[in-house]
Design a protein around this ligand. Structure first.
Ligand SMILES: [Zn+2]
Length: 323
């Protein structure tokens, strides 16, 4: 391959930052990760990122020159290149495009991480050829990217598709957005832990969950106990799936999508989550859409869809840095 045929996709997450060197066929030919949270200030993070960009471009002792860099990040604003004070990053509001541009002479585009996932699915994933679909990422929160008539929906202010903040429970759990009852306080890795503790308080069943402290429990631990047959752990996923299915039924009437594609750490819970979700969806979806919306997990491994989607922005976007 010629150098001009490579792009770099970067997915900045609260825990890890992943980089991928992407070829013209949308294949991630090389991938790297480093800890986001270990870089306490933004200067440290940018240095680490620049070093990683050089490293990922080294192929057979030769540094390739990619055509550009696409960055996916939480609370990212596409036009401005900003990352706006997201809850799970440490640096407040930063202009990631400007900061990186000082050290790397390449066009840089920035996109919201959930939208990057949707683009990755649209261009290279299971949504290829679809005109209407929703990609949902279940991680620390619930992110979504919505594609209608073949295009990503941004809305008047760039907030379209923030489905994690649909209120599903009046006076429900407090959310990071400062309101109560948002679906991501129930349907996310943190939501699963909150539900597990609610069940422990309300039920008397013996459970290994009771050995965990609130600050140490993870959705993965709840999953491992569900596999062992722990009643409360299984019930936790049933409750999560029931709420998720209702939310997806509302998503279905909002956009009439061909498919809803699920990704993110919580999807690793597999049938424990998927089965009650589909059951609840089928019970709650409007009759005219029953059987018309396919709901399935992504084929991509973690962060791959975001990397591919972000890198694909280089084709269609005028680089933020040149605006
Ligand atoms: Zn919220």
């Amino acid at each position: 391959l010629k150098d001009s045929e490579y792009k770099i996709g970067i997915d900045i997450g609260g825990t890890n930052t992943s980089l991928g060197l992407v070829d013209t066929n949308g294949r991630c030919v090389k991938k790297m990760d480093f800890s986001t949270s270990a870089n306490k200030n933004i200067e440290e993070f940018i240095s680490k990122l620049v070093a990683s960009i050089h490293e990922i471009c080294m192929i057979d002792a030769h540094e390739v020159q990619p055509v550009g860099i696409g960055i996916a990040a939480p609370a990212a604003q596409y036009r401005a290149g900003l990352i706006q004070n997201p809850a799970n990053l440490l640096w407040g509001t930063i202009n990631i495009a400007d900061l990186l541009k000082r050290q790397v002479d390449l066009p840089i585009t920035v996109i919201n991480d959930s939208n990057a996932v949707a683009l990755g699915e649209l261009k290279y994933g299971l949504a290829r050829g679809m005109k209407n679909f929703v990609a949902i990422t279940l991680g620390t929160g619930l992110g979504a990217g919505v594609v209608v008539n073949g295009e990503l929906v941004n809305g008047a202010n760039g907030f379209a598709g923030e489905l994690g903040h649909i209120i599903v429970e009046p006076n429900g759990r407090k959310c990071g957005c400062k309101r109560r009852g948002c679906v991501e306080t129930y349907v996310s890795a943190t939501g699963v832990c909150r539900t597990a503790f609610e069940l422990m308080a309300n039920e008397l069943d013996p459970s290994k969950l009771r050995g965990w402290t609130y600050s140490n429990l993870t959705a993965k631990a709840v999953y491992d106990l569900a596999v062992e047959g722990d009643t409360l752990a299984r019930k936790t996923f049933e409750i999560t799936g029931e709420i998720f299915g209702k939310m997806l039924a509302s998503t279905a009437v909002s956009f009439d999508p061909e498919a809803i594609i699920l990704s993110g750490g919580l999807v690793h819970a597999g049938e424990f989550l998927l089965k009650p979700t589909l059951k609840s969806f089928n019970e709650n979806v409007i009759g005219s859409l029953r059987g018309k919306v396919a709901i399935f997990p992504s084929q991509f491994s973690d962060s791959e869809a975001a990397i591919l989607g972000a890198s694909s922005m280089i084709d269609i976007a005028e680089a933020v840095s040149t605006e």
